[in-house]
Design a binder for this molecule. Structure first.
Ligand code: GAP
Length: 439
C-alpha cells in the first residue's frame, strides 16, 4: 500500500513531474504563459490518446447500439439560443472592491482570496461562452461562439444520423472534441481550463424506459473509472438536488473525486428528458422525431440520457492515481503505476553500454518492437539504474536490457516496473512475451 500523502504537495509534485518529463507544459511559456492554458507534451499526448482510444472502444466500437460523429466546433449561433446557452449559461461574477479581482460569487467564502478584503460588487450573470467573429466583418451579425460543450451537435445532427444509419431506439451518439468556456476562475492545473476536451454520449430512449437506462449508464461509468485505475473509496456519486439541477433535467448524478484540493466533479450523468431535441425542433423548424419502424403511428421526440466525461479530468485523475513513491536499495523512486493499456511508453530498450556492438543491435531491436506496434523508447545514456528510474517515473511497464551476453545467448533481460523482477527472455519470444504480459 502506497503511503504517498494526498495533500496539496501531491499536486506540486505532479505538476513538476508533468513538466520535467513532458506530460503537460504551461501553454505559451516562452511568452510568459497564457492564464491557465496547458499544452500536452510528447508523453501527455500519448497518455491522452490512450485514454480517448480506450473510451472509444468501451463506449463506441465494442457496442452495437452506438455511433459517433465529429462535428464542427463553430456552429450556427441559433444553436446556442435554442439550447438556452445564450440566455443562461453563466456564473455569478463579483469584483473585489479593493483589488478588483474577479471572482465567482458561488465559490466565495466571504473573503477575497487575492487581498483578504471583504467588500464586493453586486453579483452579475457572466456568460461563459467565448465569442468570435466569422468572416471579415466584426459586427453582431458575424458573431459565433466556440462551443461550450460537444453535446449540442449530437442533437443538431440527430436527423442526419437517424436517416443515414436507420437506427432503432435505444441508440446513442458519441463525440470526442474540444469545448471552450470563459471560466471566471480557472485553475488547479488541468482541472478547470478555458479550453478543454470532452467525451460525451447522448443516448436516445423512450421516455418510459429512462430509469433503467440511467442505471445502466451509471454502471458503465463505474466500470470506466475502475478501468482508469481509480480507487473506489475516492469516488462519490452525488445525486444533485432539485434546486441545483438544470430545470429540464429530471435526475443528475455527479461523479465526484477526492482531488488533493478537495472533493469535486469528475464526470456527470444527466437525464435531460426530450428538452434539447424539442427546443431544436421549435427553433429550427426541422422535425426531430423518431418513427417506430414497426408501427408508423408511433412518432415522438426521443428522450435522452447524457453521460459526460472530461478528457483532461480523466487524465488528471489517472495521473493522481498512478503516482507512487517507494524505496529501492535505500534510494527512493517515483513510479507512475499506470494501468498497462494507458502507459504512454510500453517498452524501453536499454543497451547496457553505449558501445556500438551493443547499441546497434539494441536499436534494431527497438525498431522491431515499434513495428510490432509497441510504443518504444530507446535510451543509452547514464547508468542502467538511472535509466530504470527514468522509465519508472513515466510509468513504462517493461524495460528490456540488451547486454554483452545477448550477443552470444540471443536473449535479453526484461524488468517489470512494479515487481522489479528480472527475467531472461529469448529474442525470438520477446514480442509474444510482452504482448502476453501487457494483455
Ligand atoms: N453536456 C453536459 C456538460 O457539458 P458539464 O458538467 O458542464 O456538462 C461535463 O461538463 C464534463 O466536462 C465535466 O464533468 C468535466 O469533466 C468537464 N469539464 C467541464 N468544464 C471543464 C473545464 N472548465 N475544464 C476542464 N474540464 C471541464
Amino acid at each position: 500500500m502506497s503511503n504517498v500523502s494526498r495533500g496539496p504537495e501531491l499536486m506540486e509534485k505532479l505538476v513538476s513531474l508533468c513538466k520535467r518529463r513532458g506530460f503537460v507544459f504551461p501553454g505559451s511559456e516562452i511568452y510568459g504563459g497564457l492564464a491557465n492554458s496547458w499544452d500536452y507534451g510528447p508523453l501527455g499526448v500519448e497518455l491522452k490518446n490512450n485514454i480517448k482510444m480506450m473510451w472509444w472502444k468501451m463506449f463506441v466500437s465494442r457496442r452495437s447500439d452506438m455511433v459517433a460523429i465529429d462535428a464542427a466546433l463553430l456552429m450556427n449561433p441559433k444553436v446556442w439560443e435554442a439550447s438556452g446557452h445564450v440566455a443562461t449559461f453563466s456564473d455569478p461574477l463579483v469584483e473585489c472592491k479593493a483589488c478588483h479581482a474577479r471572482l465567482r460569487a458561488d465559490q466565495l467564502e466571504g473573503v477575497c482570496p487575492t487581498c483578504g478584503k471583504k467588500e464586493f460588487t453586486e453579483a452579475r450573470a457572466f456568460n461563459l461562452m467565448l465569442r468570435t467573429w466569422l468572416g471579415p466583418t466584426q459586427d453582431d451579425a458575424a458573431v459565433v461562439y466556440l462551443r461550450p460543450e460537444t453535446a449540442q451537435a449530437m442533437f443538431v445532427d440527430f436527423k442526419n444520423v437517424l436517416e443515414t444509419t436507420r437506427r432503432r431506439l435505444p441508440f446513442g451518439v458519441a463525440q470526442i472534441g474540444k469545448a471552450f468556456r470563459n471560466e471566471i476562475t480557472p485553475g488547479n492545473f488541468i482541472f478547470r481550463q478555458r479550453e478543454f476536451e470532452q467525451m460525451e454520449i447522448e443516448y436516445f430512449i423512450r421516455e418510459e424506459e429512462w430509469e433503467a437506462h440511467f442505471e445502466h449508464w451509471l454502471g458503465e461509468m463505474k466500470k470506466w473509472v475502475a478501468l482508469l485505475g481509480v480507487k473506489p473509496e475516492r469516488l462519490h456519486y452525488v445525486d444533485i438536488p432539485d434546486e441545483d439541477r438544470a430545470f429540464y433535467s429530471k435526475r443528475t448524478v455527479d461523479v465526484e473525486y477526492d482531488y488533493p484540493f478537495g472533493q469535486k466533479e469528475l464526470y456527470g450523468l444527466a437525464y435531460r428528458t426530450n428538452y434539447d431535441l424539442g427546443k431544436h425542433e421549435e427553433h429550427s423548424g426541422a422535425e426531430l422525431k423518431y418513427t417506430n419502424p414497426d408501427d408508423q403511428k408511433e412518432k415522438f421526440v426521443p428522450h435522452v440520457i447524457e453521460p459526460s466525461f472530461g478528457v483532461d479530468r480523466s487524465l488528471l485523475v489517472a495521473l493522481l492515481e498512478a503516482y507512487d513513491e517507494d524505496e529501492v536499495d535505500g534510494e527512493s523512486r517515483v513510479v507512475m503505476r499506470f494501468p498497462y493499456w494507458m502507459a504512454p511508453v510500453k517498452v524501453a530498450v536499454l543497451p547496457l553500454s553505449k558501445k556500438s556492438e551493443l547499441s546497434e543491435p539494441a536499436q534494431k531491436l527497438a525498431q522491431q518492437l515499434r513495428e510490432a506496434d509497441f510504443a518504444v523508447e530507446y535510451d543509452e545514456t547514464q547508468s542502467i539504474g538511472k535509466r530504470y528510474r527514468r522509465q519508472d517515473e513515466i510509468g513504462t511497464p517493461f524495460c528490456v536490457t540488451f547486454d554483452f551476453d545477448s550477443l552470444t545467448d540471443g536473449a535479453v533481460t526484461v524488468r517489470d516496473r512494479d515487481t522489479m523482477a528480472q527475467v531472461r527472455v529469448p529474442l525470438d519470444k520477446l514480442v509474444t512475451e510482452i504482448k502476453q504480459r501487457l494483455a
